[in-house]
Design a protein around this ligand. Structure first.
Ligand SMILES: [Zn+2]
Length: 316
């Protein structure tokens, strides 16, 4: 979330800041396949899998550091608040038989020609500073296989901006309770979120049915049913925040979503700041992800808004 959007939400249009849901887009149970039966799922995760992963920098934006990192944490004492560059990544996962999945949606093609994307009303001012680099439509076009699903980590605006590049009918997955959470400012965002979701099928909610424990993660969903792609319930940043884990040809790859925005936050086990709705729960989920990563010695970890060498540059 950018500084301008934060300002809009906290200062401008106070009459609109009553708590409400961000969208009434329909939701349906995700109905995931039965989870892979394995005596040792962790051992399975430590063996290379069938998925080909590529990381894409879809856009650049900025956000307040105090939103990205909990500056009250004793480890963050050296960090100074201020406007900080971030990236909006899209992680493309090509499964040899199931098709292409993407983690989050980046931005849509329209924005490369100067279009506003799904932004509506006052949100248009905030998203003006988003700089598109590789829109989702281009990321999908070069994949060489049809899209099988969009894995939304959570329903904050900066994770939904590319959804209009996805064909209608594509399964879009969200965590349990993500669309029914109420919040101040949602009324301001609702037209934009609805424009992002316009024409799309009901969101597939990972609602606990079919979930199994995966190491320290209490609820994990085997999305393809072959143990290669897992949705991990990591609530806290938002009520239904999800992380994802893929068994790739290069080994396990973990996508934290905004359970952790920055590489610094991951390395120091420090949660995001004001952008997180429930600090204690976010901390618990981040610690669970850290514990999972400890069990996967060859794991590559991607945080929500930074790619190696590209992003916040937080290094305090
Ligand atoms: Zn975000």
């Amino acid at each position: 979330m950018s500084v301008r959007l934060s300002l809009l939400l906290s200062v401008v249009l106070p009459g609109l800041l009553t708590a409400c849901v961000v969208t009434r887009h329909p939701v349906t149970p995700a109905q995931v396949p039965a989870a892979t039966q394995s005596a040792d799922l962790i051992a399975l995760l430590n063996t290379p899998g069938p998925i080909v992963h590529s990381a894409h920098l879809s856009a650049r934006w900025s956000a307040k550091l105090s939103g990205l990192v909990n500056l009250d944490d004793p480890q963050a004492v050296e960090l100074k608040d201020g406007d900080t560059p971030i990236v909006l990544p899209v992680h493309r996962l090509v499964h040899p038989s199931a098709g292409v999945f993407v983690v989050d949606s980046g931005v849509e093609r329209d924005t490369l020609q100067g279009g506003r994307g799904p932004a509506r009303g006052a949100v248009t001012l905030a998203t003006k500073s988003v700089v598109p680099v590789e829109p989702l439509g281009d990321i999908l076009a070069s994949a060489g296989a049809p899209i099988a699903g969009v894995l939304i980590t959570h329903m904050h605006l900066d994770h939904l901006l590319g959804l209009q590049d996805v064909p209608p009918g594509t399964p879009i997955y969200v965590g349990a309770g993500e669309t029914t959470a109420t919040g101040r400012g949602n009324r301001l965002l609702r037209r934009t979120v609805n424009a992002a979701l316009d024409g799309h099928a009901p969101l597939r909610e990972l609602d606990g049915v079919g979930a199994v424990p995966l190491g320290p993660i209490a609820q994990a969903y085997d999305l393809v049913g072959d143990g290669s792609l897992w949705a991990l319930s990591t609530p806290g940043h938002t009520p239904g925040s999800m992380s994802y884990l893929a068994r790739t040809t290069e080994g396990p790859v973990l996508f934290t979503g905004d359970t952790c925005h920055t590489i610094w936050g991951w390395e120091h086990n420090v949660t995001p700041g004001s952008f997180t709705s429930d600090q204690a729960m976010n901390a618990k989920s981040l610690s669970a992800l850290k514990a999972l990563a400890e069990l996967l010695p060859g794991v590559t970890v991607y945080v929500g808004h930074e790619l190696d060498g590209e992003g916040t540059g937080v290094d305090g």
